[in-house]
Design a protein around this ligand. Sequence first.
Ligand code: GDG
Length: 489
Amino acid sequence: MASRRNLIVVSNRGPVTFTWSGGERVARRGGGGLVTALRSLVLHHDVTWIASAMSDEDRVVALDNNEEPFEETARDGSTYRLRLIAHDEQAYDWFYNVIANPMLWFLQHHLWDLAAAPTIDHGIHHAWLEGYVSINRAFAEAVIEELERDPHASVFFHDYHLYVAPRIVRDARPDARLVHFVHIPWAAADYWTVLPLEIRRAIHDGLLANDVVGFHTRRWRRNFIRAAEDIVGAVPDWAHDSVGYDGRRIAVTASPISVDPAEFDELAHSPAVIGAGRKLAHNRPEKRVLRVDRTDPSKNIVRGFRAFELYLDAHPEMHRRVDLLALLDPSRQEIPEYAEYVAAIQREARRVNDRFQQDGWIPIDVQISDNFPRVVAAYKDFDVLFVNAIFDGLNLVAKEAPLVNQRDGVLILSENAGAHEELGDWVLSVNPFDVAAQADAIHRAIEMPADERRDRIEAVRGWVREHDLAEWIDLQLQALDAESMVAPG
Ligand code: GDG
């Protein structure tokens, strides 16, 4: 375990979000894979966490504290300092709902149908400058103030919301120690040409202002190094996984994030999960295929339903004996593409169910709600876990579910999910666009002999337990230490 140190964690979404309920202020755990993963940082280090005020009550808390840090207590009693920024609401809307989520997320997951979209008009240029850059400046100013208080703290930026903030911090504090982890895929250089030159340059230049830039996989790292060379003229040093740029050397790491196995062991036995399991057992057919996703087009839910339909077409003997349970966490519904995607999911499930359902058997059971206990209960009980993402930085579901599964379930995994780089030997690999192959993989998984299933899932579990979240956090901090020790290049 790395020694305790002072960290400034910077992410758009914070570890808690406040609501006003029953006449009092209630702190709820913030959602999303990233926040879950980072929460354990506060146990081991002195953390100041800078995040956006997301809810109305967050804004009240931010303003009550003059947007200065205040002390918060984590679930296990350890304390950290939280600094919430109450951004200008219009600027935040441009930042989040125009640039970060549709534009950058779509680009980095290759979701555009380029014959039709995107069109970069004045509105996008405006949203970039007055939204994305302006919100990044607010984050950078907060970081600079925290560094004034504690010049030796290391700064740990997260994700695609904050690509240009490190440059602003670096210009103000040339000696700052900055690390940035990108949780999503990096597209190859040519695909970045969808964005105007000044925007794609600012993104690569901003990331290269860090000392360390981290990705989940070697594949995303390779794309980043090549894109940095093409777009801003960085000089790759492939032997050392680094680049030279602007008189400095920047390490580019590939270290897949992971989960805390102890947390899942505990959750699996919790009353909430056991209660949810009882409800799921009702109407369960002999075999259950499970998928767990945010309602995000990158997760490829609609094609997944089509693949299940092809499987049912080819295997009438399995009618009434198998279902596909889709537990979907609603996501980013303010963005039209996301609202439309939920409608497409419902339409497709309805179409398949209308074709096949009989005698109380509903082949595709779609549940759209935020219900984590039910997710863990379903993890315990699947025969097949189906992850067919178009592109995915890693995919935590593929690591979480096998840990607690009690049926030696088989994992079907997209070759474009980052987790495939680690787990590929033990899963049934699928091309996310090839629904015929996905249908075959479902069949193979359902028919797989018991000893082969056991061998495969035990190998996945062994890997995840050995390479857990604590190891990932250590690797990030070690990379920063290693980088501070080498001469500028
Ligand atoms: C991004 C990257 C990368 C599921 N249903 C509910 C719920 N979950 C939890 C899961 C899991 C998390 O949400 C989803 O994590 P993923 O990794 O699968 O996907 P993204 O949200 O897209 O995460 C991804 C990750 O960042 C970390 O770097 O792996 O590639 O896209 O932990 O268990 N959580 C709650 N309610 C639910 O209904 N609260």
